[in-house]
Every structure is written in C-alpha cells, then in structure tokens.
Design a protein around this ligand. Structure first.
Ligand SMILES: [Zn+2]
Length: 108
C-alpha cells in the first residue's frame, strides 16, 4: 500500500518533483534556462530526457505532461528510496540511512 499511495499523494498534494537532494520548486525563475536534468542523481525517463527549463515551461503553462513526468520521476524516486532502505536494513545500517534521508528532506 505504501508503494502505491505515497508517490501519488506526493504528486497530488505537492505537484512538484521530490528531489534526491531535497525538494525542488521547478517553477522558480532560476530554472528558466537550466538545461540540466530535474534530478542529476536520477535515471528515470523524465530526468534522462527533459531539462529543468522544459519541465518548468510545462508547469508554467499547466501542460498535463508536466504532472505525468513528475509522477514518473516520483515513482522512480520512491522505488529507489525503498530499495535503499531495504539494502540498509540487510546491512544493519538503517538508522544511518534514515538519518541521511531525513537530513536531505529537513529543509524541504
Ligand atoms: Zn527522475
């Protein structure tokens, strides 16, 4: 249930991508000409094919593709996060993993 609901809730309530280095407000003017990926640590379809500038444009004009790409990214992010948690548990390092993830998202 967690895997199926959390990414969708993040999409619906925040309408923005969850970034591996914290949350990114893609609508900010600083991304208007940013050719970099939405999340440089992500290998999802959206991050490997579209720039921040293009995603920002899609958000600004309320193009539905923006929400679809955001959902693709968020699903990929949460799956990777869950995989990382599972690996940390197997290695007996979950407390460290949790602290690192919380630190990244503390200022979001
Ligand atoms: Zn991504």
């Amino acid at each position: 249930m967690y895997l199926s609901l959390r990414p969708a809730l993040a999409q619906r309530t925040q309408r923005r991508p969850v970034h591996s280095l914290g949350k990114v407000n893609i609508k900010r003017a600083e991304y208007k000409e940013d050719d970099g990926p939405m999340d440089s640590n992500c290998g999802c379809y959206a991050c490997t094919r579209f720039s921040r500038a293009y995603l920002r444009h899609l958000y600004m004009v309320r193009e539905l593709l923006a929400y679809r790409l955001n959902t693709i990214h968020n699903l990929h992010y949460f799956l990777a996060l869950t995989h990382g948690a599972a690996q940390a548990i197997l290695q007996g390092k979950f407390a460290t993993f949790k602290t690192e993830v919380e630190a990244v998202h503390a200022h979001a």
